[in-house]
Design a protein around this ligand. Structure first.
Ligand code: BES
Ligand code: MN
Ligand code: ZN
Length: 498
């Protein structure tokens, strides 16, 4: 999809050639004497149009308007949220086969954030997954002209960011939406390799033998029940001096989670194809980095495998040795995400990261706690947590900080290993985070539990592409701000007494 930004007055918008012209009409719109203004004024006066976000009036073959289809679309206060809500009301229209070129015009001056929101909502509304539906109508929308009444210097950069973000979000949605037989660890590895065709990105793939050599006993234990060979994916984006400490992103890449021997019930088990949503978000971030080329170094790590029941599968009670040397009693094979992540987090230390962030569809408990609106954010580092919260708000991809008190780790004690992989049912999202925290040492770390936000269930079943927006905004801000630019990692704090 191609986006272009144009300065369009209302008379210019009326003359703009496209299949569908959409005019965003905010609260308190002051009409002038041009054809579009007159139309809007009449419709408002007659009560046929309201300016509440998403209220719309569809018109056809209006004299004086070049586009055959015209939609007058209320956008309330015209802030990012209202614009998103308004454009989402267009979704059905945006998927019409005849609508290939849309002109989306702001009737009055627009904030940069509102223009960015319009770009993202246009992409979101017109997205269709066709990979395993070859006969379905593909996305017809190929070109979007965004019209703003006057040039504002701050609009262009946010517009460019939004376009890159759309590419990243759509890459993440594509891979998360693919069924598990079309997104095996091998294929996800190839998707990462394909990203390395972009300048600035490198990709290394590690197979089972290398992962065994690295001593990733926890990751290997999850993968051992599957016929599909695991992949440990290592992506690198170099946008700054080599001496600059990178941000490491670690994405949970369970391409299908049956639960293993602790088998899940049948209902909705298909949705466990989305259990690589964290991995997909890492791929999406790299896709966006390739477009934007910000001055920052980023490493992406993805432990990818299936979690299957099998004669060779890991069993409840088995004890494995993680790469860190800590032994783990696997009491529930369905708590596999933390097992693949813990070894990836240990591996991450070799990059001496400025910060590391893991992203995982980790717990049903997080869905219970926060629903589908906000991702769960866990971090002992107030600065990092603050930056991620702010990035989530800026990207309309919000998260919510959860506690990490040490007492929550009580339930992870084991009589047979250094720690157990599950605690009781209570506070399940937090105990999962506490498990991961045992593997991060002194590196500033945050964990995003995206179990509720990575995909939607029901009629709108499908991947959301979250939290690519949050992560990209965080990285772009870090590229500007000195804290992430420090050449050496943060001063090591003395390890708390054990
Ligand atoms: N992938 C699931 C988490 C999940 C469940 C995400 C439902 C979205 C919806 C994860 O691997 C898992 O099975 N977690 C268990 C942990 C439990 C065994 C401690 C869970 O949440 O039930
Ligand atoms: Mn599981
Ligand atoms: Zn899982």
């Amino acid at each position: 999809m191609n986006f272009e930004l144009k300065t369009l007055s209302l008379p210019a918008a009326a003359a703009h050639k496209c299949d569908l012209l959409v005019l965003l009409v905010p609260d308190g719109f002051k009409p002038e004497a041009d054809a579009l203004s007159v139309l809007v004024a009449r419709a408002l006066k007659a009560g046929d149009l309201e300016t509440k976000p998403g209220k719309l009036l569809s018109l056809y073959a209006v004299p004086g308007i070049s586009a055959r289809r015209l939609v007058l679309l209320g956008c309330g206060k015209a802030n990012a949220q209202a614009v998103r809500q308004a454009v989402h009301a267009l979704a059905a229209t945006l998927r019409a086969p005849a609508v290939k070129h849309v002109g989306l015009v702001f009737a009055t001056a627009a904030e940069a954030g509102s223009v960015a929101a319009a770009v993202r909502a246009m992409a979101d509304g017109s997205y269709v997954f066709t990979t395993t539906k070859p006969k379905a109508e593909p996305r017809a929308l190929a070109r979007v002209t965004l019209g703003v009444p006057a040039e504002r210097s701050d609009v262009q950069p946010e517009f460019a960011t939004a376009i890159a973000l759309v590419a990243g979000i759509e890459y993440a949605r594509e891979w998360a939406n693919r069924p598990a037989n079309h997104a095996t660890p091998t294929l996800v590895g190839e998707a990462a390799k394909a990203l390395a065709r972009h300048a600035g990105i490198e990709c290394k793939l590690h197979g089972p033998a290398q992962v065994a050599k690295l001593g990733m006993g926890a990751f290997l234990a999850v993968a051992q029940g599957s016929e599909q060979p695991l992949r440990f994916i290592e992506l690198r984006y170099g946008g700054a001096a080599r001496s600059q400490a990178p941000v490491v992103l670690v994405g949970k890449g369970i391409t299908f989670d049956t639960g293993g021997i602790s088998l899940k019930p049948a209902a909705e088990m298909d949705e466990m194809k989305f259990d690589m949503g964290g991995a997909a978000s890492v791929l999406g971030v790299f896709r966006a980095l390739a477009e934007l080329k910000p001055a920052i170094n980023v490493v992406g790590l993805i432990p990818a495998c299936e979690n299957m029941p099998d004669g060779r599968a890991v069993k409840p009670g088995d004890v494995v040795t993680s790469m860190s040397g800590q032994t783990i009693e696997i009491l529930n094979t369905d708590a596999e995400g933390r097992l693949v992540l813990c070894d990836a987090l240990t591996y991450a230390a070799r990059f001496k990261p400025a910060a590391m962030i893991d992203i995982a569809t980790l717990t049903g408990a997080c869905v219970v706690a926060l629903g589908g609106l906000r991702s769960g954010l866990f971090s002992a580092d107030d600065e990092l947590a603050g930056r991620l919260l702010a990035a989530g708000d800026a990207a309309q991809d919000p998260c919510w900080r959860m506690p990490l008190d040490d007492d929550y780790a009580e339930g992870l004690k084991s009589n047979f290993a250094d720690l157990a992989n599950v605690a009781g049912r209570a506070g399940g999202a937090i105990t999962a985070a506490k498990f991961l925290q045992s593997f991060v040492g002194d590196i500033p770390w945050a964990h995003l539990d995206i179990a509720g936000t990575a995909w939607k269930s029901g009629a709108a079943k499908g991947a959301t592409g979250r939290p690519v927006g949050l992560l990209l905004h965080y990285l772009l801000a870090a590229a500007e701000a000195p804290a992430a630019k420090r050449k050496t990692p943060a001063p090591r704090r003395a390890r708390a007494a054990r």
